[in-house]
Design a protein around this ligand. Structure first.
Ligand code: C5P
Length: 310
């Protein structure tokens, strides 16, 4: 067979999912300021799309539902991801990074990290670097504890800072309702509040009941086993969220939990209809104005479009 000339793509678009923590156990604060975690993560069907294209200068172009909340300076994690890769591979050209944002910002659903993960994958394709998934996971971990998981997707157990991942055996699908807050919470401030509220913490370990529920594909047992050690800290900073969580359970959710460092509250149901009913009840209660439905688990980051010049 002859070899075909490969023309490098002009632009690459990657679609990347949000995450929810089904379980988040937080160990003591380490000397480096991080906390040892044991967490169970699930990718859910709320997506950002990140497109990278060659450009005269580095730039971030925000679009989508939460465009106004995306930083366009050097603090943008997607921009940092592209520059990290350029640095590592001595690439001198600049890129335009368009972020079409549908994942809530600063909500505990790893939106910024998802964009960083998507950018790594998109740049790998654009620049033809041929990186293995393992390489991408290691690069992602340099950008943030939550950045590797969106590359993997599905349901996974995270240890270390949360960045060391192992796929979890999970059957079936669940239907989520997410109550999004108007204003986000900063992750470091939530961890600091967690440390302030408690004296000591045991070595973190994910709940056995949750793992059994996932293996069995039992949404009711899964709902009952949702857990987050950061919840007391999030409720201390945002007391109204406790009421929101309790209302969702009263309205028929099989379980409720703050996702990651919040303030998004996640409710689990076993069908599309149940999720729709629940979001209608929550909307009527006036406890949350921005409600989103999604299913999980879903695949990790995927290339969706690679337009090539004719
Ligand atoms: O890794 P990342 O940069 O996303 O972490 C942001 C902040 O969240 C850290 O600076 C730290 O304050 C807190 N964090 C933590 N323990 C972890 C992950 C994050 O204390 N395992």
């Amino acid at each position: 067979m002859g070899t075909m000339a490969v023309t490098p793509p002009e632009a690459v678009t990657v679609r990347v999912p949000a995450k929810v923590n089904l379980d988040l156990r937080v160990g003591p604060r380490r000397p480096d300021g991080y906390h040892d975690l044991a967490t169970v993560l699930q990718a859910v069907s709320l997506y950002d799309e990140v497109s990278v294209a060659r450009w005269d200068d580095w730039q971030v172009v925000p679009s989508g539902s939460y465009a106004a909340l995306i930083p366009t300076d050097d603090s943008n994690l997607a921009l940092r991801a592209a520059r990290l890769l350029a640095d590592r591979f001595q690439i001198t050209e600049a890129l335009s990074v368009r972020i079409d944002k549908d994942i809530p910002v600063a909500g505990g659903m790893a939106g910024g990290s998802a964009d960083a993960a998507a950018t790594l994958l998109a740049c790998d394709q654009l620049w033809g670097l041929g990186l293995e998934r393992e390489d991408l996971l290691l690069l992602a971990a340099e950008l943030g504890s939550d950045a590797p998981f969106p590359l993997l997707g599905g349901t996974a157990i995270g240890t270390g800072r949360g960045e060391q991942l192992a796929p979890a055996l999970a059957r079936g699908r669940v239907h989520w309702v997410f109550a999004i807050s108007d204003t986000g919470l900063s992750t470091p401030s939530v961890y600091a509040e967690c440390d302030r509220l408690r004296d000591d913490a045991p070595a973190p370990q994910v709940g056995a009941q949750l793992m059994t529920a996932l293996r069995a594909g039992d949404p009711k047992a899964l709902g009952a086993a949702l857990h987050n050690d950061l919840e007391p800290a999030v409720f201390s900073l945002r007391p109204g969220l406790r009421e929101l969580r309790d209302a969702g359970v009263e309205f028929g959710a099989l379980g409720a939990v703050v996702s990651g460092s919040g303030p998004t509250v996640a409710f689990v149901t076993d069908s599309r209809e149940a999720a729709l009913d629940l979001s209608v009840s929550l909307a009527a209660s006036d406890l949350s104005r921005d409600l989103r439905r999604a299913k999980g688990p879903v695949h990790g980051a995927q290339v969706v479009a690679v337009p090539r010049p004719d």
